[in-house]
Write a protein that binds this ligand. Structure first.
Ligand SMILES: C[S@@+](CC[C@H](N)C(=O)[O-])C[C@H]1O[C@@H](n2cnc3c(N)ncnc32)[C@H](O)[C@@H]1O
Length: 282
């Protein structure tokens, strides 16, 4: 288990590599995000692409950290509201303060199902679960673009009780879906499986605060990766919450969602919007 311990400290080399094809020569969003966050679970192609994105927009790293911090505050909020089941799609390579760790600080028995389509995420997450004894946490390899397959997965249905509220966590993942993947319909389909009182925790990148030149540079970096980066304007992000009751403060940039410290100057122009909303009782 030494390798898993290494990556938990953020000092390990890319971890257990079972039979999966990791396509090391193609930048992967999970490994680029790991690089922005200061992790070591990435390869030269990921680092080169991430450096190009940072060169185009030097705020990329701090934006990734602000997003991660939102995820943690929102999961804690949900757990403190009594939610003890989490469906976290677009999990990312595990790093400090993962969803299950935050939720289980509040509710030790909280159950978390992780879903990601990148095999390296699965390899690391499975290793972490082995450390944890594979109790209230599980991980599935599946694609957000096929929500019906996720919802029908027998391992998911065995792990979470869909007759009770679930927090659906879609943090920094929907911007990897093109318009033709119908991201709003995907979210609506996932929400339709959840009972009233369930929460949607969502964040999404935007190009609202950068010049067209910077936007195009970032797009061209991700066009060579395994998924494109599709920044959406505020109105498009807000539309993901249609039919739900927004939790205060509504849709804001990530540093401004219930901050625990005074936000830095310019926090209202950080390029990821976020929000939390509750499925109402009809
Ligand atoms: C930027 S990371 C976000 C990680 C974590 N949610 C966070 O915010 O800290 C995005 C993750 O979404 C995953 N992802 C991208 N497209 C996906 C898809 N179509 N289905 C499932 N996961 C996807 C990537 O593999 C990556 O691990």
């Amino acid at each position: 288990m030494a390798r898993e311990t290494d990556w938990m400290k953020g000092t390990g080399e890319p971890g257990p590599l079972p039979s999966a094809d990791l396509q090391m020569d193609i930048p992967h969003p999970s490994r680029m995000y790991d690089y922005y966050l200061g992790g070591k679970d990435n390869f030269p192609a990921d680092r080169e692409a991430a450096e190009r994105a940072v060169a185009a927009n030097p705020e990329f790293r701090s934006t990734a950290r602000a997003n991660r911090s939102f995820l943690q505050r929102a999961v804690r909020f949900a757990a403190e509201q009594g939610i003890d089941q989490f469906l976290d799609i677009g999990t990312g390579i595990p790093t400090a303060g993962n969803t299950h760790q935050i939720a289980q600080q509040v509710t030790p028995s909280a159950r978390v199902a992780y879903v990601d389509n990148d095999p390296i995420v699965l390899a690391h997450a499975r290793a972490l679960m082995a450390d944890l004894g594979n109790g209230p946490t599980t991980v599935l390899q599946a694609d957000l673009r096929d929500p019906a397959a996720i919802l029908a997965d027998p391992r998911l249905l065995a792990h979470l009780d869909f007759d009770r509220p679930v927090a659906l966590v879609l943090v920094a993942v929907l911007h990897f879906l093109r318009d033709e993947d119908k991201p709003h319909a995907v979210v609506a389909e996932l929400l339709s499986a959840l009972v009233p009182g369930s929460l949607l925790i969502l964040s999404h990148g935007t190009a609202d605060f950068v010049s067209p030149e910077v936007r195009d540079s970032i797009i061209s970096v991700y066009d060579k990766a395994t998924a494109p980066l599709v920044g959406r304007p505020r109105a498009e992000v807000t539309r993901f919450f249609d039919g739900l009751d927004m939790v205060d403060p509504g849709v804001v940039t990530v540093p401004l969602w219930r901050p625990t410290e005074t936000p830095d100057e310019g926090a209202d122009r950080v390029g990821i919007y976020c929000g939390v909303a509750r499925k109402p009782v009809n």
